[in-house]
Design a protein around this ligand. Structure first.
Ligand code: FAD
Length: 296
């Protein structure tokens, strides 16, 4: 299903994110992940782009092509602009067109001290990239949003003003940063709508499967942790199997609450784990779009 169609008739989207295999791993290792995800029928799978990634690295686009051609699932590529010049973006756009990839999550990216080059100066913000991509072809462009504000923003309100710039530049769909507090998400949503942002916003859900992974993510993105979540972590942190199961249960609970409160879509950070994605999909599938049963 095309991205522009997935939310028609009040349909709640269910989408996945995966990342390419590490540099020293062959690209074929992604088949293990995709074989496990294909039966879960996500509306699309997006593929991340390495921080400091260069135009010469086509792994993201190659995997998106595999998702569409071998698995018959709509794909989206993430694309960052901090370390790409206008010429690099031109080249990437050509590569995407050759592979029939129309969906792009356009991002600024993060400053990376280990990047192979200095930041290029052609695009300062994601909105600059979005405006440029609009001139390069008929791409469906998404942007990132931050329910608790981007870490560099002076306030959530200022961040939402900048988010509006992305939409005004041509983003027609937003994917959110991970969060664990649904109330924070709905406070953000209310402010975004009041600021005139009317495009669909998918809620980013990251199942917590280990103490270490969650601590890393929270340090990186600054998501706040509700007491219910920290209690769970404290109780099970020494038991890897238990914390994984508790993390899956927490994510399912979060997703059910989001859906019942009318969220536009759920964007699941699968961490390339078909097991975790399947557990959540199985629990969520019956309640996702009951009003459309038989029409999908
Ligand atoms: P921007 O929209 O440019 O925002 C960055 C900061 O600048 C914000 O504080 C914003 O308020 C401010 N700002 C924006 N526009 C303006 C303006 N015109 N004037 C002044 N200030 C402005 N990173 C990767 O490297 N690879 C990935 O694959 C990847 N995937 C991601 C997927 C999702 C769903 C999300 C939420 C993030 C992802 N990231 C990825 C991380 C992302 O690159 C970082 O969060 C980055 O710091 C910001 O990217 P952005 O596109 O939101 O930037």
């Amino acid at each position: 299903m095309k991205l522009s169609e997935i939310m028609q008739n009040g349909r709640t989207a269910f989408t996945f994110e995966i990342f390419p295999p590490k540099k020293d791993m062959p690209i074929d290792t992604i088949y293990n992940t995709l074989d496990g995800l294909k039966g879960l029928k996500p509306d699309f799978i997006s593929v991340t782009y390495g921080a400091g990634g260069s135009a010469a690295d086509t792994k993201t686009a190659d995997i998106a092509q595999i998702i569409q051609e071998k698995y018959g699932i709509e794909a989206a590529v993430h694309l960052t602009c901090l370390y790409n010049s206008r010429e690099d973006i031109d080249l990437i756009c050509e590569q995407l067109k050759e592979r029939n990839i129309n969906n792009i999550l356009a991002l600024r990216g993060d400053f990376n001290p280990k990047a192979s080059c200095e930041p290029k100066k052609d695009f300062l913000h994601a909105s600059d990239l979005i405006a440029y991509l609009k001139t390069k072809g008929d791409f469906h462009i998404m942007g990132a949003c931050y329910p608790e504000g981007h870490q560099e923003a002076v306030s959530l309100e200022a961040d939402i003003d900048n988010l509006k710039r992305k939409v005004d530049a041509g983003a027609t769909h937003l994917l959110s940063q991970l969060f664990f507090d649904n109330d924070a998400y709905f406070r953000f949503l209310e402010k975004a709508r009041a600021a005139g942002i009317t495009v669909p916003i998918e809620a980013g859900i990251m199942p917590c499967t280990s103490k270490a992974s969650i601590e890393r993510m929270v340090t990186m993105c600054g998501a706040s942790l509700p007491a219910k979540f920290t209690r769970m972590m404290a109780r099970y942190e020494s038991y890897p199997e238990a914390i994984k199961e508790a993390g899956i249960a927490y994510a399912i609970d979060q997703v059910i609450d989001l859906i019942s409160r009318g969220v536009d879509g759920i964007h699941l950070y699968t961490m390339n784990s078909p097991y975790v994605a399947k557990r959540i999909s199985d629990a969520v599938a019956p309640i996702l779009n009951p009003h459309l049963k038989g029409t999908d």
